[in-house]
Design a binder for this molecule. Structure first.
Ligand code: OAD
Length: 240
């Protein structure tokens, strides 16, 4: 709490756990995670899209519908408020659901893309609206090549500019919050460690962390939708 109040630059990394309380399934939880029910190799790789583009398109269309029916939860809203309470906050997310932007966060780096965009498989042109007829995936209006979700698949590079901004934030912040992520997917997973090694305090907020006794390291076993609003109220009484 003291670290939060004193921080000049807070960097935050979020994962699927932050959106769990909005009803969006996470990836790796034993019963409910998407990867417990679906195979990433069949749905989230360039090869999968080449093999069965319609199946991949329809899976992302289903996830897009889940997100459209969902709303930001108190965890997303607390992070958007926190951006206005500290001198600088950089929010780095692995989520493709767009809920941080809908909650009002503005200094936002979406490392894995966004479900609300598609791009031309051939030329890379990005579209935020498109028509869906009988042919799925829909053809690019400019060249006729298939459109694909504008998200990062396994085996693909992250957008370079986003990654560089994330490295810069992690290595220069004085407080790093890692929230609702299993920390298993690179390169995002190295960001908390980079921040800690660069001298920042590190707080990990997750349902499956154990407490640790290290200086500058706080492990908070809690749901983000409950803990983040409480943390804000405690650190900035009257303001949050
Ligand atoms: P995971 O599903 O791997 O991890 C979600 C984490 O959130 C778990 O550690 C849960 O304990 C925790 N959690 C669940 N509910 C929570 C809550 N209410 N509050 C706090 N924590 C909670 O999801 P990610 O780490 O985001 O990538 O997965 C990283 C990447 O793997 C995703 O971006 C996606 C996936 O494959 C791509 O598709 C490229």
């Amino acid at each position: 709490m003291r670290a939060l109040r004193a921080a000049q630059h807070v960097a935050v990394l979020t994962g699927a756990g932050v959106s769990a309380e909005s009803g969006i399934p996470t990836f790796r939880e034993a019963q409910t995670g998407l990867w417990a029910r679906f195979s990433p190799e069949e749905l989230a790789t360039p090869e999968a899209f080449r093999r069965n583009p319609r199946l991949v398109w329809e899976w992302y269309a289903w996830r897009r519908q889940l997100v459209a029916a969902a709303a930001p939860n108190p965890g997303h809203l607390a992070l958007a408020r926190l951006e206005r309470l500290v001198p600088r906050l950089t929010l780095i997310t692995q989520n493709v659901d767009g809920l941080h932007a809908r909650a009002g966060s503005t200094d936002l780096i979406e490392l894995h893309g966004n479900l609300a965009r598609v791009r031309c498989l051939a030329e890379g042109t990005v579209y935020t609206s498109w028509a869906e007829g009988d042919t799925l995936p829909p053809p690019c209006p400019a060249c006729g090549a298939p459109l694909r979700p504008d998200v990062v698949w396994f085996g693909e590079q992250l957008p370079q500019a986003a990654l560089e901004r994330a490295w810069a934030a992690a290595s220069s912040c004085d407080l790093f919050l890692s929230i609702g992520t299993s920390g298993l997917v690179q390169p995002a997973a190295t960001l908390p460690e980079l921040a800690y090694r660069s001298g920042a305090s590190l707080a990990v907020i997750n349902l499956d962390v154990a407490s640790a006794a290290e200086p500058r390291l706080y492990q908070l076993h809690a749901s983000s939708g409950k803990l983040l609003p409480a943390l804000l109220r405690a650190a900035f009484p009257g303001a949050a």
